[in-house]
Design a binder for this molecule. Structure first.
Ligand code: PRX
Length: 652
C-alpha cells in the first residue's frame, strides 16, 4: 500500500454530526456569511469591522496590499482597542454585566463587571502614563492568570503602546531574551503565582533577567499575589496596588490608527531564536471579534464562556482578552492547573459558573480520558452547549469522548486551526451551519482563502495531501517579525509567490474538508505548546558537558509530541557520572535556559549521532529510535554502525 493510500484510509471519517434544529434556529453564524464573503471578500470584512467595532475615525479603504507581504487593513481608520473592549459596553448600559469571573487556584474568587474593569484599566493607564509610557513603547507582562494581567494588557493597548506577554512558565533566560529583543522599558509582574498548591516566584526571574545594568527596563510593577518575599530595587520597582491607590480613574481613550502595533508575541520558529510576531489593531480586533462571535456562537446576554488558555499564548490574547471583551462576553478565568486540588477542578468550575461555551486543547482532553469519565460525571455539566478545541490535531477518539462525556452527547464541537501568526481562527466549522466531523478542522471561515498544495504550489484536490497555505491576505495576519523583516519574508512568503506558507502539512478528504497533519518543519507541538528542536538543541549544547545534541519530537498519545534528546558528551565527561544523573542535570539545565515546558521527556547519552554524508543529522532515524520502532532506511548514513551504537546505549 502506498503512503498516500494509507493516509486516505486513516483520514476517512463516516461519522458526521449536523447541528440540531434548535441550534440552527438560534445560531449566530448563518450560511449567508459564506455567500456574502465569497461574492465580495473585502466588502465582507469591511462590514464586520464596522458592525463589530467602534471607529473614532471611520475607514474608507479596506485593504492596502501594495506593500505586500505587509498588509494595511482599514488603514485610514482610527480606533482605540481598549475603548472597544470596555468603555463602549459601559456607555451602552452594560456596565453591570460581569466581564471576568476570576477563580484563583487557592479557591479565592472575584467577579468583575465591565464598569469595574473599565475603571481599573483607566487607572492602570494613568499609572503607566505617569511613569512615562507613550505610544509605541514596549511593555513586558510576566504574570499568572489573574485579573491584573488582563488589566495591564488593556492599559498598554489604551495608550497605544505595545505589550509582549511572556508565559509565566518561561525561565529568566527566556524572559531576558524577549526583554532585550523588544527593548522593553516596563515590566509588569507579580511577586508570585499559585500553581499546584505552591507559590512560584516571578519577580525573582525578572530581577535576574534585567540584572546586568544594560537592560532597557526602567520600571517594574509588581502585583501582590503570591505573598512571597521579593528583593526590591528602590526607584525601579513599584507595588501595583500602591500606584493604583493614588491615581485618578478618569482617562479618555485616544484614537490610534488602525495599523498601530498592538502586541508582539514571541513564538518558536525553526531556528534557535524565538521570533517576535507583530500584530496591529483594527484588523486584528475585527477578526478576533468576528471569529469569537461566530465560531463560538456567542450570545453575550446569556452565555458564560471559558477558554482555558494562559494569556502567555496567542489563544489567551485572542480568545481570553480581545475577542471576548470586544464582544461584551462574560467569561471565566482560572489561575491554576486542571488537577489542583483535585482532578475534577475544571468540571467543578463549569458547574459553579454554569459555563456554556468551553474552549481547550486536545492534550487536556486526552489526559482526562485517561483519568476516566467517572471524574467529570460527578459534576453537572448540563450548562455546556458548545465545545472548542485548539492547538493540535484532535484525534477522532478524543473528539467523540469530548462530545459524549463533556458535551452530554449533544454539543457541537468546533476544531479550530490557526497560529500565533494568523492572529485568529482560520479554519473551523460554523456550529449552526456545518455538520461536524471528528478529527478534521474542516473548512476555511468566511473571508479566509485556504488551499492545500504540492511542493510546486499546485492545488492537490480531494483525497490528497500537501502543504497548507493561505492565498489571500486576512485582517488579523501578522505584520512582521519584530526587528527582522528578512526573516518574515523568508519564513512565510518565500516558499510560494504571494502566498502565506503556514508550515503545516494538510490533507483534503473527499468532501474537501481539511485534516491537519502536523508541522512540516522543525517546530514541535508538545501539549499544544510550540517549541523548536533547534532552540532546545542550542540550550543543550550550551551546557559545559555536552559536545553535540539532537532533539526530536516523538509521537505521544497524550501530549501529541514529546521532546526526546540525544546528547554526545565532551570526552572528559564520559563515564564521570551515571547516565541517569547526567540526564537529570541536562533536563534541569534546559528548564533553566528555556522553561519547564521545554524539558526533554528523555535524554539519551550517546557516543555518536547518525549523519548523512553531507553532515546533516538524520532526525528521521532518531525519531524511529525515540518511538521504539525498527530503524528505517540507513543507506545515506556515513557510518551505519552509528545506529547500532546508539541503539545499544539507548537499550542499556
Ligand atoms: O501545527 C499547527 C498547530 O499549532 C500550530 C500553531 O501553534 P501556535 O502558534 O502556538 O498557536 C496555537 C494556538 C492557535 C499550527 O501551525 N495547530 C493549531 N491548531 C490546530 C493545530 N493543528 C491541528 N489542528 C488544530 N486545530
Amino acid at each position: 500500500m502506498s503512503e498516500s493510500t494509507n493516509i486516505d484510509s486513516l483520514l476517512h471519517e463516516e461519522r458526521q454530526f449536523p447541528p440540531s434544529a434548535d441550534f440552527v434556529t438560534n445560531a449566530v453564524g448563518k450560511p449567508d456569511l459564506y455567500t456574502r464573503a465569497s461574492k465580495d471578500r473585502l466588502g465582507f470584512w469591511a462590514d464586520q469591522a464596522r458592525e463589530l467595532l467602534h471607529w473614532h475615525t471611520p475607514f474608507t479603504q479596506t485593504l492596502d496590499w501594495s506593500g505586500a507581504p505587509v498588509a494595511r487593513w482599514f488603514g485610514d481608520g482610527a480606533l482605540n482597542v481598549s475603548y472597544n473592549c470596555l468603555d463602549r459596553h459601559v456607555e451602552a448600559g452594560l456596565g453591570d454585566r460581569v466581564a471576568l469571573h476570576f477563580e484563583g487556584e487557592p479557591g479565592d474568587q472575584k467577579s468583575i463587571t465591565y464598569a469595574e474593569l473599565t475603571e481599573a484599566v483607566k487607572k492602570a493607564a494613568n499609572v503607566m502614563a505617569s511613569r512615562g509610557l507613550r505610544q509605541g513603547d514596549r511593555v513586558i507582562i510576566y504574570m499568572p492568570l489573574i485579573p491584573e494581567a488582563v488589566i495591564a494588557m488593556l492599559a498598554v493597548a489604551r495608550l497605544g503602546a505595545i505589550h509582549s506577554v511572556v508565559f509565566g512558565g518561561f525561565s529568566s533566560e527566556s524572559l531576558r531574551a524577549r526583554i532585550d529583543d523588544a527593548q522593553a522599558t516596563m515590566v509588569v509582574t507579580a511577586d508570585g503565582g499559585h500553581r499546584r498548591g505552591a507559590v512560584f516566584p516571578l519577580k525573582d526571574a525578572v530581577d535576574h533577567a534585567i540584572a546586568d545594568g544594560a537592560s532597557s527596563v526602567e520600571n517594574v510593577f509588581v502585583v501582590k499575589r503570591g505573598g512571597n518575599d521579593v528583593e526590591w530595587v528602590a526607584g525601579r520597582d513599584l507595588w501595583w496596588h500602591e500606584e493604583m491607590a493614588g491615581v485618578s480613574d478618569e482617562h479618555t481613550a485616544e484614537a490610534f490608527e488602525s495599523e498601530n502595533p498592538l502586541f508582539i508575541l514571541y513564538t518558536s520558529g525553526t531556528t534557535g531564536k524565538p521570533k517576535g510576531i507583530l500584530h496591529t489593531s483594527g484588523g486584528y480586533l475585527t477578526q478576533a471579534a468576528f471569529t469569537h462571535k461566530n465560531v463560538f456562537d456567542l450570545h453575550p446576554e446569556t452565555d458564560v464562556y471559558w477558554c482555558t488558555a494562559d494569556i502567555g499564548w496567542i489563544t489567551g490574547h485572542s480568545y481570553v482578552v480581545y475577542g471576548p471583551l470586544a464582544n461584551g462576553a462574560t467569561q471565566v478565568i482560572y489561575e491554576g492547573t486542571p488537577d489542583t486540588p483535585h482532578p475534577g477542578r475544571w468540571w467543578e468550575i463549569i458547574e459553579k459558573y454554569r459555563v456554556s461555551i468551553f474552549y481547550t486543547a486536545p492534550t487536556a482532553i486526552r489526559t482526562f480520558m485517561k483519568l476516566g469519565r467517572e471524574i467529570p460525571q460527578k459534576f453537572d455539566l448540563s450548562s455546556l452547549r458548545l465545545l472548542g478545541s485548539v492547538g493540535e490535531p484532535i484525534n477522532p477518539e478524543a473528539w467523540i469522548w469530548y462530545r459524549e462525556v463533556i458535551g452530554s452527547g449533544i454539543t457541537p464541537i468546533v476544531d479550530t486551526w490557526w497560529q500565533t501568526e494568523t492572529g485568529a481562527i482560520m479554519i473551523s466549522a460554523l456550529p449552526g451551519v456545518t455538520a461536524t466531523k471528528p478529527g478534521s478542522a474542516q473548512v476555511p471561515l468566511p473571508g479566509i482563502s485556504i488551499d492545500v498544495v504540492d511542493d510546486a504550489g499546485v492545488h492537490v484536490g480531494p483525497e490528497a495531501g500537501g502543504l497548507l497555505v493561505v492565498t489571500e491576505p486576512w485582517p488579523s495576519m501578522l505584520r512582521g517579525i519584530w526587528g527582522d523583516e528578512e526573516r518574515f519574508k523568508e519564513t512565510y512568503w518565500s516558499t510560494f509567490p504571494n502566498t502565506y506558507f503556514a508550515g503545516d502539512g494538510a490533507h483534503l478528504d473527499a468532501d474537501n474538508d481539511v485534516w491537519l497533519l502536523g508541522r512540516v518543519d522543525d517546530v514541535m507541538n508538545v501539549s499544544g505548546h510550540r517549541l523548536s528542536t533547534m532552540e532546545i538543541e542550542s540550550a543543550l549544547v550550551a551546557h559545559p558537558m555536552s559536545a553535540e545534541a539532537a532533539v526530536v519530537g516523538a509521537s505521544d498519545d497524550t501530549t501529541g509530541q514529546a521532546i526526546v534528546a540525544f546528547v554526545i558528551l565532551k570526552s572528559r565527561f564520559v563515564g564521570t557520572e551515571t547516565d541517569a544523573a547526567l540526564e537529570g542535570q541536562l533536563r534541569t539545565w534546559v528548564g533553566e535556559q528555556i522553561g519547564a515546558i521545554a524539558k526533554p521527556r528523555k535524554v539519551f547519552i550517546v557516543a555518536e549521532l547518525p549523519k548523512t554524508r553531507s553532515g546533516k543529522i538524520m532526525r528521521r532515524l532518531l525519531r524511529d529510535i525515540a518511538e521504539g520502532r525498527e530503524v528505517g532506511d540507513t543507506t545515506t548514513l556515513t557510518d551505519t554502525t552509528v545506529i547500532r551504537t546508539i541503539n545499544t546505549s539507548v537499550n542499556d
